[in-house]
Design a protein around this ligand. Structure first.
Ligand SMILES: C[S@@+](CC[C@H](N)C(=O)[O-])C[C@H]1O[C@@H](n2cnc3c(N)ncnc32)[C@H](O)[C@@H]1O
Length: 225
């Protein structure tokens, strides 16, 4: 499979290491042949297009930012890919629908109260604990899955992945870690190092590091009890 060509318009999240880590896990998931895919928080559409490139026959991409929706439509055109691209808040544009695979790289960087919003900051700003979008996603995702369907979620260790795992499990999903990358803080978190230390998201002293974690959360079904 050729990698899709991805253009990032100004103010839209340029695919980074979290995107790449989730894309690796997505390749494993595609071998199970899920038909209906949903990429929530799609940005440039990089993950939706990766799924399409891996043979997914029915892919929907959702983002709350109009420029991300335009960007994903542009990338779909550039790659001659048929995607359904919708604007809205998390699952709102697909109310009543269910999917075999849901992938998400939502905003997860802890953000001090009163931080000034900048162009594109909806891609990473996620409230003081980093969970403004994550909590809602983890509460709602299970009900959007078909039996045997899988959620793939990437987030930082700065925003409590154990809480995401517990919330997904509370929705009846079987959860495991499907990828991890340890490294220095990303650029946005690095600019907030003092805040992260003050609020115990980083140790008081020592190197400032984070892990990116991919969670695989699966709904039991007839073929996978
Ligand atoms: C970290 S970026 C990920 C982009 C892309 N999926 C990737 O991995 O490169 C997060 C995206 O989530 C979108 N977003 C933020 N809050 C959202 C919400 N409540 N519902 C849908 N999309 C949201 C942002 O506009 C941004 O495009």
């Amino acid at each position: 499979m050729r990698a899709p060509r991805i253009v990032a318009l100004p103010g839209v999240y340029r695919p980074r290491s979290d995107t790449a880590l989730l894309r690796e896990a997505l390749a494993g998931l595609s071998q199970r042949g899920p038909r209906r895919w949903l990429d929530v928080c799609t940005g440039t559409g990089a993950l939706a297009l990766a799924a399409h490139g891996l043979g997914a026959p029915d892919v929907t991409a959702v983002d709350i930012a109009p420029r991300a929706v335009r960007n994903t439509r542009l990338n779909a055109l550039l790659n001659r890919a048929r995607l359904r691209v919708l604007r809205g808040d998390l699952f709102a544009p697909v109310t009543g629908e269910r999917f075999d695979a849901i992938v998400a790289n939502p905003p997860y960087v802890p953000t001090p109260h009163g931080s000034r919003r900048t162009r594109g900051s909806e891609a990473w700003d996620a409230g003081p604990d980093g969970r403004l979008v994550l909590d809602r996603f983890c509460t709602e995702a299970a009900d959007r899955l078909n039996p045997s369907g899988v959620v793939l979620l990437v987030q930082s260790s700065l925003a409590d992945p154990a809480r995401s795992a517990a919330m997904l499990a509370a929705g009846g999903l079987r959860v495991r870690e499907a990828g991890r990358h340890d490294g220095p803080l990303g650029p946005i978190a690095a600019a907030r190092e003092d805040f992260l230390r003050r609020t115990d998201r980083l140790p008081e002293e020592g190197a400032a590091r984070e892990s990116l974690v991919v969670l695989w959360a699966e709904r039991p079904g007839p073929d996978r009890p």
